[in-house]
Design a protein around this ligand. Structure first.
Ligand code: HPA
Length: 234
């Protein structure tokens, strides 16, 4: 029952899963937050682990960078492995002066320059959105911990290095978009297709207005707050 990208057998992956882009983060989460974590996948170094958090069976799987990579990993989790609740835990660039490094963004919806949904839907412009229950729970859990979380539409870009970036970012911020990642649009679209629950939580790792970047250490602390919220609510 394995796939070309995931060698887990049926039943080895939990119905609830955290999805970092970076597979080394998957290992870090398994090592530091899960009990009795077992590695079920190492194909292409895209690690996946299943363990437990406060008695809850949870998996964590790297998804790589960009929508096509998310398409493969999240699509297979939903289609072949019966995964029902997925929380992407990643990083983003801030597009808004007030949204500072290390803060958390919860993506209510995703706008994109990718062609993937044009190919799927033709002239219909599909609106990829978060699962409401996960969104509400994540926001409330952040508030409870006195952590500032921005809930907004985000931009899922096909390019990390974009010649037209500055122009696009100005337009998008004028329409209320606060941050940029490269995967959420596909995660939310697949969740709609398979009737699963998905949410993206992001920490700001770089600031596209001020040019600031997190140090490796700063990335780590901000990331840990977000992981705790995600594991509590999933
Ligand atoms: N662009 C796209 N994705 C990102 C960025 C960025 O600046 N930072 C973290 N993920």
């Amino acid at each position: 029952m394995s796939t070309p990208h995931n060698h887990a057998s049926a039943g080895e992956i939990a119905e609830k899963i955290l999805l970092p882009g970076d597979p080394m983060r998957a290992k870090y989460i398994a090592d530091h937050f899960l009990e009795n974590a077992v590695c079920y996948n190492q194909v292409r170094g895209m690690y996946g682990y299943t363990g437990s958090y406060n008695g809850k069976r949870v998996s964590v799987q790297g998804t790589g960078m960009g929508m096509p990579s998310m398409h493969i990993y999240a699509g297979e989790l939903m289609e072949h492995y019966g995964v029902k609740k997925l929380i992407r835990v990643g990083t983003c660039g801030s597009l808004k002066e007030e949204l500072k490094l290390k803060e958390i963004v919860i993506a209510m919806g995703s706008t994109t320059d990718s062609n993937m949904n044009c190919d799927r839907f033709g002239s219909i412009s599909f609106a990829p959105i978060a699962d409401f229950e996960l969104l509400k729970d994540a926001y409330e859990e952040a508030r409870k911990r006195n952590i500032c979380a921005t809930v907004s539409n985000i931009f899922t870009s096909d390019k990390f290095y974009d010649e037209k970036g500055a122009e696009k970012n100005r337009l998008l911020t004028s329409y209320g978009i606060t941050a940029v990642d490269m995967e959420t649009c596909e995660l939310y679209t697949l969740a709609a297709k398979y009737g699963t629950q998905a949410l993206t939580m992001l920490t700001v790792s770089d600031h596209l207005v001020t040019g600031e970047k997190c140090t490796a250490e700063e990335r780590q602390t901000a990331f840990e707050d977000m992981i705790k919220i995600a594991l509590e609510i999933i």
